[in-house]
Design a protein around this ligand. Sequence first.
Ligand SMILES: [Zn+2]
Length: 238
Amino acid sequence: MCEKLTKGQREALGRHDVEVIERAGRGLVVRESCGRCGGTGIYTWPTRRGPASGRCFKCGGNPHTYIDADTYARRLRAGELREEKRRRAAETRRAEIARREAEEAPAKAEAARVAAEKEAARLASLNWIDGDEGDRVEMDLQIIGRGDDLFIWSGETDYGTSCLYKFKTRQGDLVVLFTSASPFYSADPVEHSSGDYSHEVTQPGGWVRCKFTIKAFEDREGEKQTKIQRVKFIALAE
Ligand SMILES: [Zn+2]
């Protein structure tokens, strides 16, 4: 690096490995060389008879550009400043994201805790329906269903197509029925309150008065449900 450069110029230029020379009448300049010919002004290319060469078309044989060292150093410093600004902005953005995440973490943990508490309360509130296994019971049940279907699962079994139904009692307790019978279907289409017709006696969410036999009292991971069988649909309920 040229001895006559100022400390600031040396710092800026030194980082970029540029050639600084002293030119008569211009003082210190940075010499940039043509990238195509590497500063020779001559371009060489291979041919079958060996390498051929000619004047570089990019620089027209004037392969060097001279820029005042001070101007060059200023440009480099400006470029470095832009780069530094970009880097700082990115750092600020990252810090902001981290800060927001840290800020939201307690709220998220609290929401999870509330949800877990709510689920625990729901499970604790569930009871089996009154009675013993084998009892014949008459009760209103709300069909939970899934989408447009009254059942929540259906599949082929040894008895043909079987469906799993889930109900809620007036107390909010869970009742389940697994059957190959069709207790909630009518041969004639039924008009529903929504204006739709279907062979189902009601739609998901509808209440039905039923007679059934208590089959078992089950506990599925803390969720109490009463299993029923031999269901007879009596009437729609409000
Ligand atoms: Zn060139």
